[in-house]
Design a protein around this ligand. Sequence first.
Ligand code: CIR
Length: 264
Amino acid sequence: MTMAQDTMTYSPTTFSQAIVRTPAESVIDGLRAEDLGAPNFEALLKEHETYCEALTAAGLAVTVLPPMEAYPDSIFVEDPALVFPQGAILLRPGAQSRAGEVAAIKPCLDSKFDIVLSITDGHVDGGDILVTPQQVFIGLSDRTNERGGEALIEALKALGLTGTMVRTPDTVLHLKTACSLIDDETIFCVEELADYFPALKTVIVPNDERPAANILRLNDQLLMSAGYAKSNAILLNYVDNIVELPTDEILKIDAGLSCMSLRW
Ligand code: CIR
């Protein structure tokens, strides 16, 4: 495998593998900005199972890691690491309670990638990283700071990739809470981000459906949260195969579809 990434042919919506982690019962104590009531464990487990089935149906081979009671938010495997076809990068999550998730996911990444890099300065949550064909956007937020962004840009260079820092809107936890790729040329984002991505076409999420911004394009399928009819109608202009998934429980702990897997 070569280190350099051909940005002309790299497709960050094409995947063959994923890693997920089964929720621990402690997930009901997951971090949240606003307390909308704890999620129901059984219902959340069901949401997670349905999500894993959707990854498989989209053609991904899914590796399932065991639950970790000590880390309530550890089902959100997207945050402690970034993965690309040519290698993985261990990150430094911005929430103290999540720091140990990095060491926990490392053995799995070591078993799957020849190259596993680490950032050793600042903080970066994977939820703040949007990978596009041209570059990797790093959203500065309460969880991701400039020192972490600079460290990540260096690690990305070693994988032949270019990183650019942008500002995550204050209204959301992570950059990808507010934007996602519909396909390799088109982004679905809240209106504050309309000018962030000059190399991409932009489609704005209806203002009363902002949680719908966190979609997941996987090969010919597009996964979205159920209950956002206007967004669904807009997205149908771009992809025929839309799969609606229940996310009511994980939304209570500020999560969406991208957070629950690492994909490459
Ligand atoms: C947290 O606050 O860290 C978790 N409750 C939610 C993490 C969601 N992750 C993501 O959007 N990538």
